[in-house]
Design a protein around this ligand. Structure first.
Ligand code: OKP
Ligand code: ZN
Length: 343
């Protein structure tokens, strides 16, 4: 299986995020991808390739032009305002109920208008890393469209929390949604399975009123888990998209047997949809030792997950998302890929 990787992510390294009332050390760090890359090499899972440049048009198929323009200039505007050595750009005020969105205001008002949390700082290298992640995603999609059984977009920042016009949750642009739209534009019928511990609110929102892309997500119930405001079981799609969205929120501390039953439900729905390609938002934060999540999957369970995905007999685009236990992340990620290719 081909893996797509770019070193551009190394320059996206915000040191902290604001959470739980204080600044905390960042968990979405460069070592995540570097560790997985080393393990893909060590296990000889296939070549590691640089992405091609797909330009801005596949991004514009999914994202609002105002968000894209803002992300491209935010770091510079922020440093003009607070100085060249300013800390990362993080919003501190939002247009909640009764206040106005300000898509064209100053940098503070645009940050609040386009971001939904404080977990997603913008630094100098953020935009280049974000574009490289999209290019890794599109390169993997292209590989699969050309007939390979699977490909792996090993990139950060992740994408599944970013909607058409809002960023957050360590995500700026939605890598997996851009790839799914790219498949649609080539006449294919994609299904997206999001196995990250956190609900993929951005991906859901992008396809919520559409019947041509199925979105299925297994995640910590938003009654206790981030992103708190989307991902409940009663969200089934709207209009043309009614029935093309399936959320499977699970209880705190769910172990593999609970997870595995939800995975069977997810795969049955995907089969019924009749897709010709599967995109997996591959978050590894369901691991028992993850520092910010509360499921209890063990290392060998990820082999089973990969094997189970293979039973669909579909070509698969694996898109790296979350997963924050730096010691376990390389092995559990590679276990999913190995479980898939060896079955
Ligand atoms: C990104 B991905 C939990 C704080 C959560 C943001 C989490 C973003 C997760 N106490 N802060 O889906 O892994
Ligand atoms: Zn996550």
């Amino acid at each position: 299986m081909k893996t797509f990787y770019s070193p551009a992510h190394l320059d996206h390294a915000p040191p902290e995020e604001f959470e739980g009332g204080r600044m905390n050390p960042a968990v979405e760090v460069p070592r995540r991808v570097e560790g997985v890359k080393a393990e893909v090499e060590r296990r000889k899972l296939g070549p590691i390739l640089a992405p091609e440049d797909f330009g801005m048009s596949p991004i514009a198929r999914v994202h609002d032009a105002g968000l894209v323009r803002f992300l491209g200039e935010a770091s510079e505007l922020w440093r003009k305002c607070y100085g060249e050595d300013a800390p990362p750009a993080i919003p501190s005020s939002w247009p909640a109920r009764g206040l106005r969105n300000r898509f064209d205001g100053d940098v503070e008002s645009r940050l609040g208008t386009y971001a939904f949390d404080t977990a997603t700082p913008i630094v100098k290298g953020t935009w280049a890393a974000t574009l490289a992640a999209v290019n890794c995603s599109l390169s993997a999609a292209n590989t699969v469209a050309e007939g390979e059984r699977a490909a792996f977009a090993l990139a950060r920042p992740p994408g599944h929390h970013a909607s058409a016009d809002v960023f957050g949750g360590y995500c700026y642009l939605n890598n997996v949604a851009i790839a799914a739209q790219w498949f649609v534009d080539r006449g294919m019928k994609p299904a997206i399975l999001d196995v990250d511990y956190h609900h993929g609110n951005g991906t859901q929102s992008i396809f919520y009123s559409r019947s041509d892309v199925l979105f299925v997500s297994i995640h910590g119930d938003p009654s206790f888990a981030y992103p708190h405001f989307l991902g409940f079981a009663d969200e089934t799609g709207e209009g043309m998209g009614e029935g093309a969205n399936l959320n499977l929120p699970l209880p705190m501390y769910s172990p593999w047997d609970v997870y595995s039953a939800a995975l069977d439900t997810a795969l049955a729905r995907i089969r019924a949809f009749g897709p010709d390609v599967l995109l997996v938002s591959l978050g590894l934060d369901t691991f028992e030792g993850d520092p910010i999540s509360r499921f209890r999957l063990r290392s060998e369970d990820y082999l089973r997950m990969g094997e189970r995905l293979a039973t669909l007999k579909l070509p698969v685009h694996f898109q790296f998302e979350g997963g924050y236990n730096l010691d376990a992340l390389p092995a559990i990620t590679a276990n999913v890929l190995e479980g898939f290719v060896s079955s």
